[in-house]
Design a protein around this ligand. Structure first.
Ligand SMILES: Nc1ncnc2c1ncn2[C@@H]1O[C@H](COP(=O)(O)OP(=O)(O)OP(=O)(O)O)[C@@H](O)[C@H]1O
Ligand SMILES: O=c1ccn([C@@H]2O[C@H](COP(=O)(O)O)[C@@H](O)[C@H]2O)c(=O)[nH]1
Length: 240
């Protein structure tokens, strides 16, 4: 009997902050986060090295702060701090489920989390620990999708998995246009030219230039993460 092997050795998982809310209006839903962690644990047990970039949209979005008159850079730093809170909650849930998680922050908050140091992150991954990257890129005017592209390239991930509330990339935002249709695959250039809002253009461009493919899939769908890792037909592949 042949044992199925994962299609990837090292992945960068981008978890949407909004997906952490579950059915709540904001914040972190405990049941939801625990279920997500179970899915991550399943792929780490298969020997896949997992790094995570966590979003912050469930707590704060800098662009929203900017829109109501806040200084945009200040609002963005608040958004990055929101991702640190999500990262702490995620790592705590991972450690409670038997994984060993390490949070590394792009912003120095040494009493709370260790700083991002690339060789240390690589060491943790080689040791089978899950690394949760917090505070995005550490710079305002960026997003955690761009952080996922950046960290994915830095750690030599073979794939960026964008785990979100929708099951792939659509011809238009499916939450706004019920007639939108889902792509099975498309190139980064097609995604950018068609202005498909699932990821920002900076993230797409970085992945394209580094030839780092992105798989967009639903984190709400049970077993979808494992299916992506096994190389099965799931979600939408965006490639160079
Ligand atoms: N063409 C498209 N195909 C699919 N989804 C799209 C598209 N355009 C916009 N979206 C929207 O993008 C959302 C997914 O983005 P998501 O909320 O994961 O992004 P994020 O801003 O990176 O996450 P967060 O800030 O919550 O951490 C979907 O819920 C969907 O409404
Ligand atoms: O590199 C980064 C990453 C994030 N931000 C700010 O944080 C929020 C939350 O991140 P999402 O990607 O929207 O989940 C974002 O809106 C920015 O305000 C940042 O400034 N730099």
């Amino acid at each position: 009997m042949s044992i199925a092997t994962p299609a990837y050795k090292r992945i960068l998982l981008k978890l949407s902050g909004e997906a952490l809310m579950g059915d709540d209006a904001f914040g972190i839903n405990r049941t939801t986060i625990e279920r997500m962690v179970q899915e991550v644990a399943e792929v780490t047990r298969m020997g896949v090295e997992v790094a995570v970039v966590i979003g912050g949209g469930n707590i704060f979005r800098g662009v929203a702060g900017g829109a109501v008159g806040m200084d945009r850079a200040t609002a963005d730093y608040m958004g990055m701090l929101a991702t640190v809170m999500n990262a702490l909650a995620l790592a705590d849930a991972m450690n409670k489920q038997g994984l060993t998680a390490r949070v590394m922050s792009a912003i120095s908050i040494d009493q709370v989390v260790e700083p991002y140091v690339r060789p240390k992150a690589l060491q943790y991954l080689e040791e089978g620990k899950v690394v949760v990257f917090a505070a995005g890129t550490g710079n305002p005017f960026f997003t955690t999708d761009t952080a996922a592209a950046l960290r994915g390239a830095e750690i030599g991930a073979e794939l960026v998995l964008k785990a979100t509330k929708v099951d792939g990339v659509y011809s238009a935002d499916p939450h706004k246009d019920p007639t939108a249709t889902r792509y099975t695959k498309l190139t980064f250039d097609e995604a950018m030219v068609r202005n498909l809002g699932i990821m920002d253009a900076t993230a797409f461009a970085l992945c394209r230039d580094q030839k780092l493919p992105v798989k967009v899939f639903s984190i709400i769908k049970p077993g979808a993460l494992k299916r992506v890792v096994m190389g099965e037909d799931e979600g939408t592949l965006v490639y160079a």
